[in-house]
Design a protein around this ligand. Structure first.
Ligand code: ATP
Length: 512
């Protein structure tokens, strides 16, 4: 009993395959004391045998090929049953040179008994070989002990392998869960960033946030179109931050602000001595944007000659700094922005059609503020909170009447203009009080009031209410159709009417 317990304890404390094989082989060696013992483990392909053991007390290792019948173990595995050879010389086939050398020291009278070790389905796992004289081998072959020990080994090996598979599966599962969790966290952060930086609650801004997330997931060039001050740079930054390039540089250049003759050297850089005044090497913006994003603001102002060069860089990602002999390479993502109607510039020949199509791989349109007035309250709140925070003061509110007045203004300068108006009004307001129109200096107050549209109109010019309503409806729908580039489904959703109603109105009002 004591012996059995010691055996069981030793067996169950072998945690992995190499330890189990070593322990089992040592146990057999100690208990049978053969002249030689060899355990050949089959690899996963079932074609190689990695043998370890002892011959005359010396540790041996041998790599054998399963279907190489010049060694006896191949025959044992092929027959799938135990075999005994009384003598290695003449009896068993040992043309295999290494096998022969290893056992040549055991003398003429040494034989070999080998048995395949299989799992419960009969699949071979390994082969065990014992070397000794013929009579001893016959005793071992006829006794039950060796077969039972072999069974114990196979059961334990199968268990360890099954456990290994379960552990591997669990680790793969853990990795995928971690990945999914990480991806979820990344998306949450993107959403937070989008709502914090692109403020607005209108359908068009919500749709735009969706488009930005999507643009962050691909590598296509992006063209952002919108009136001045509508938030093009905000959108460009967000596309970059929502992409896998977020940790790399976002390099911006305003093509309208740089003299024509300097754009090339700004973009591509130059080498010392490239022209008089080039006293050192200059790294261009294209090189600085390597791995990140290059933002070309006011791309519509780019000179035609430069457009051709930019197109080439976009196609090859290669460029040549001024004065350099070698081309350089930069892996950048391009985002361009313009307030100009680029497609019309193409028609008029001021902008290259091929470059336009290249830039337009993903087009993001930002509606002017006057077409998304439902963003106004949250934008005002956002800016006033920002100014108060800058002054370390509690947030201030906007007077209701001022909000109404702002809602009637058409904001030619869009969000930037709103921000400036509020900044001035905030600065001229009493600390802690509401921000009112009166706080604006007269010229700004007049600008807002002078543009007050129908809200404060006396409507004296209206002679036919039905016609006036139709004209108003037609202009709202027309503007929205232009914004969504004719996509009636999106227009209907953004105006909160069924698509059928929109179709009907378009037909009746002759809007397309
Ligand atoms: N949706 C918005 N949420 C918060 N701030 C905004 C939003 N849109 C614009 N802004 C702010 O308005 C100002 C102008 O925005 P931005 O510079 O992105 O406009 P732009 O279209 O690139 O202007 P330009 O045509 O002059 O280059 C910035 O201060 C910007 O932070």
């Amino acid at each position: 009993m004591e012996q059995a317990l010691a055996f069981a304890l030793a067996l169950t404390s072998q945690r992995d395959e190499p330890h189990l094989c070593h322990w089992w082989l040592s146990t057999l060696n100690a208990s049978f004391q053969p002249k030689g013992i060899l355990l050949g483990m089959l690899d996963v392909s079932g074609r190689q045998l990695a043998c370890t053991g002892w011959v005359n007390g010396q540790a041996v290792e041998l790599a054998l090929v399963v279907d190489d019948f010049s060694h006896p173990l191949a025959h044992v595995l092929q027959r799938a049953e135990p075999c005994t050879w009384d003598s290695l010389h003449g009896g068993a086939r040992i043309e295999h040179a290494e096998f022969r050398t290893l056992f040549s020291k055991l003398g003429q009278r040494c034989g070999l008994h080998a048995l395949p070790l299989t799992d419960s389905s009969g699949k071979a796992l390994a082969v065990l070989a014992l070397l000794d004289n013929g009579a001893t081998l016959t005793d071992w072959a006829q006794g039950a002990e060796l077969t039972q020990l072999a069974q114990v080994f196979c059961n334990q090996l199968t268990l360890i392998r099954d456990l290994g598979r379960v552990r591997r599966d669990q680790s793969v599962l853990r990795d995928s869960l971690r990945q999914i969790k990480g991806e979820g966290e990344r998306l949450r952060q993107h959403e937070k960033r989008l709502t914090e930086q692109l403020v607005g609650q209108s359908a068009v801004i919500r749709g735009l946030r969706e488009q930005i997330s999507q643009a962050g997931r691909h590598k296509l060039s992006v063209l952002i179109q919108g009136e001045t001050g509508s938030g093009k740079e905000v959108v460009a930054q967000l596309v970059h931050q929502c992409s896998d390039r977020a940790a790399k540089p976002f390099v911006a250049i305003n093509c309208a602000a740089i003299p024509e003759n300097l754009i090339e050297s700004e973009l591509f850089g130059y080498q010392k001595g490239a022209f008089s005044g080039a006293l050192t090497n200059k790294i261009g913006l294209v090189a600085q944007a390597n791995g990140g994003t290059l933002f070309l603001d006011e791309v519509g102002d780019m000179p035609l000659a430069m457009q051709a060069k930019l197109l080439r860089v976009l196609e090859t990602r290669s460029y040549r700094p001024l004065g350099a002999e070698q081309e350089s390479h930069s892996d950048f993502r391009l985002i361009a922005a313009t307030h100009q109607p680029l497609s019309r510039h193409v028609e008029e020949g001021h902008f290259r059609a091929d470059l336009y199509h290249r830039l337009c791989q993903c087009l993001l349109l930002i509606a002017p503020l006057r077409e998304r007035m439902d963003d106004l309250p949250v934008l005002c709140q956002h800016f006033l909170a920002h100014f108060a925070a800058q002054d370390d003061k509690p947030p201030v509110a906007l007077h209701k009447a001022f909000l109404k007045q702002l809602q009637g203004y058409d904001f030619p300068g869009n969000v930037r203009e709103l921000r400036n108006l509020l900044e001035v009004a905030y600065a001229h307001s009493r600390s802690g009080g509401e921000v009112k129109l009166d706080a604006l200096p007269p010229e700004l107050r007049d600008r807002v009031s002078a543009r007050l549209p129908p809200a404060l109109d006396d409507y004296n010019h209206i002679r036919d209410l039905r016609l006036a309503m139709q004209q108003y409806e037609a202009s709202v729908i027309g503007a929205r159709l232009r914004y969504f580039r004719g996509d009636r489904m999106q227009v209907a959703e953004s105006l909160n009417i069924p698509k059928r109603t929109l179709d009907h109105k378009c037909q009746k009002l002759e809007v397309n």
